[in-house]
Design a protein around this ligand. Structure first.
Ligand code: SF4
Length: 108
């Protein structure tokens, strides 16, 4: 576990005597959590799986890959067609993620 990274958004800690409690709300959003994890060099499991299966394409990002598609609702959710789509956050993708070996450059 990385220091400072909590898996819950609201955790209360007390000292051994229970005299003082400190409530941490950290990270506040999923985006903040992802930014902090990235700063520590931790890859999200989804892209890590793709890198383990297909290797890393250095110098390219998923945003430039043909297999990345945007689904438009109230906002745009990106999905990797190669990885799959569960219609949920478990398959949401980020354009800035380092591309995997299946990268296929998008032509404009
Ligand atoms: S490079 Fe393309 S195939 Fe590979 S993870 Fe990114 S979007 Fe998916």
């Amino acid at each position: 576990m990385i220091p400072g990274i909590m898996t819950t958004t609201d955790t209360t800690f007390g000292d051994s005597g229970g005299r003082r409690n400190v409530t941490l709300r950290f990270p506040a959003t999923e985006k903040e959590k992802q930014e902090i994890l990235q700063a520590y060099g931790v890859k999200p499991k989804r892209i890590d799986q793709m890198h383990k299966l297909h290797g890393v394409r250095e110098g390219s990002v998923c945003g430039d890959c043909r297999y990345l598609v945007g689904k438009h609702y109230d906002k745009t959710y990106f999905k990797c067609r190669f990885f799959g789509n569960s219609n949920g956050p478990g398959t949401d993708w980020r354009r800035k993620w380092e591309a995997c070996g299946k990268f296929n450059e998008r032509r404009s």
